[in-house]
Design a protein around this ligand. Sequence first.
Ligand SMILES: C[S@@+](CC[C@H](N)C(=O)[O-])C[C@H]1O[C@@H](n2cnc3c(N)ncnc32)[C@H](O)[C@@H]1O
Length: 232
Amino acid sequence: MFTKTAEYYDALYHFKDYEEAGNALHALIQHQAPQAASLLDVACGTGKHLAYLHNRYACAGLDLNPELLAVAQKRCLTVPFHHADMTDFQLPETFDVVACLFSSIGYVQTVENLRKAVACFTRHLNPGGLLVIEPWITPENYWIDKITANFVDQPNLKIAWMYTSQLHGLTSVFDINYLVGTAEGVTSFTESHIMGLWTDAEYREAIEAAGVAVNYDPKGLFGRGMYYGTKA
Ligand SMILES: C[S@@+](CC[C@H](N)C(=O)[O-])C[C@H]1O[C@@H](n2cnc3c(N)ncnc32)[C@H](O)[C@@H]1O
């Protein structure tokens, strides 16, 4: 995923207000873990949340995609970034907050990987530290065969991207068609995004099994809900 679109990532998600999300996450941290001084953003993408957090906490980022990490490093020059898989990573330090935002957790696809990832996040949390996960859609809320279209309209970059929401077993599959126009010309390609559809109970079980209390905010930072809780 994002193998063909890393350079366009920020343009594709121009409709997301990362400053508002960063401020809301900061407010949650101040409420739940006011002593927090360090934060790990797992599946940080191009580092847009970190851009609004790294002046408040000692931050680090982690992602599987090296091209997205390169953008993140340019954006947040002083933040250390790690190239790793969220289901199985081992960093030398632990953190007061571990966050996995904008439904990135869905990309691990299976419920076994959900449990592995959450256990791994929690191993990197200090006692009393705060875990924050913005989930992907639940199976009962997933709209099959829905057509979605998004557009980027910048002076030197035009993108139309479209997909229908398909269901393959217990995963959502978006075979996204992109039409990209720049001064060099117009190209088109597809990219497949496959994500696990898990129930609220499956998220709660994974988080509780990792030793973290479960709280749920139905709105979250981006309207997709948010699980959060502190490690015992
Ligand atoms: C929807 S993007 C969200 C990025 C960022 N959190 C944001 O809000 O803009 C999903 C991210 O998950 C990352 N990702 C997917 N699978 C991963 C894995 N197994 N380990 C680490 N990162 C992964 C992708 O590379 C991508 O950066």
